[in-house]
Design a protein around this ligand. Sequence first.
Ligand code: FES
Length: 472
Amino acid sequence: MAQVLISSLRGILSHSRFILTLRSEQGKYHGLILFRLSPASLGGQFKDQPLTESSEIASNRQIYVMEATCPHLGAEMSHADIEEYEDSVVAVCPWHRYDFDLKTGKSETGLRTCTYAVQVKPDPESGEEQILMEAPEGGTNWRVVELRPVSEEFADPPPPKSTSTNGAAVPYAQEANEPVVPEEKPPKTLMEWAVLILNTPNPTLKVERTRYAVHAFRTGTITSIGNKVAHPPVPPVQPPRETYMNYVEPGKIQSGKRKNRAVMLHALANIEQWAIDLAWDIIARFGPMHKDLPPAFFSDFSKVALDESKHLYVLAFQSLLSPPSSVHASIPFQHRMVLSPSIASLWESASHTSTSLLSRLAIIHLVHEARGLDVNPKTIEKFRKAGDKESVDVLEVIHADEVTHVTAGHRWFMWMCEQKQKEQGLFREEVRRCWRGDIKGPFNIEDREKAGMSREFYEDLKGRDAVYRCCR
Ligand code: FES
């Protein structure tokens, strides 16, 4: 039986649930959840049992891997309840409470999900314990492209309640003076939340609403994607921004070293704000156009939105420039939002790809976002040279997340190619049609490769010199 090496056992002791994404050499993706059961992560009979070395080691071996989405209607299983019976452990779907045996995948309802046999065994050379799983069918040479904790809710041991950042939103965004969940006509579906967030100009509220919506989607408070209804809500042509934000070219800013740092970080925060919108826009705009999109598409891009909101929060409101008022204090009023050419062209590209999901994935995710993978390490290096370790740590986390966002773009681009029964050569066609000029290196080959981008996705890549043509 072919196996896939997931990680060392040590590598998964920090949390009890992980998002696990595999990719085959044929470019197929598989989204999974890894559950590691432990006394600290389980309620029930283990709840008050003290951790001893032997119980900890034994429980750490209770590792299960199952499909990331429920076979019933596609809910995310990352926030499934885990319940124990005498001879089995089941994951209970947050949407309609169907339960699935973590070993066999069987449900009492008759449905069945795929589960994969997991083995823990020592590495022949180092002796360190490794986790391997049975390889999925439908591809060869599967490898792990993403293994990361579902969220801090599943830290093991759990974080103290007061410092938990479990993704649930605070009820009120102080700065915006508006409730996170509107009192009038609160959104009921993921589509409605996406459009509400796109129409939310205040960045703090945008972050809080994103956290709330993604958490509600994962935990079963929102149980409908809502892309198949007759009249889905329509996303704005361009998301509105606060009126106090003026846009200036970064080159026009005259400032000292400290201000430069603030301005650079603020420009990055601004990009993150657009990135949140792009993630919700792909959900809201293309969900209704492609009613056959599987639920995993919405899980992937809502995760991207959540990541981007975390980035914006960290860059703009938390450790680097916090509190929000100091953002404004550190930058002259007229420079509060910096519009770089890359931001301008980012939304321009989004507009020009607003009628084609294939074009959107190619241009935004596999050209613009992939370009970020080339540029980020240089930006991080600048901060490192300046001795700014705090910024370096934050930007490294952001960069690692961005690799997974390009991966999501690649995953769904390949899915679209499969639907159209075309090869990935379609990508060059899209770039020729929807992009101006050349795509220039140097390229971050290693991280592009992690994201699934082989050299055909960027070497000698050219767009047309002519003006954009509207994508189909
Ligand atoms: S039980 Fe999982 S989506 Fe219905």
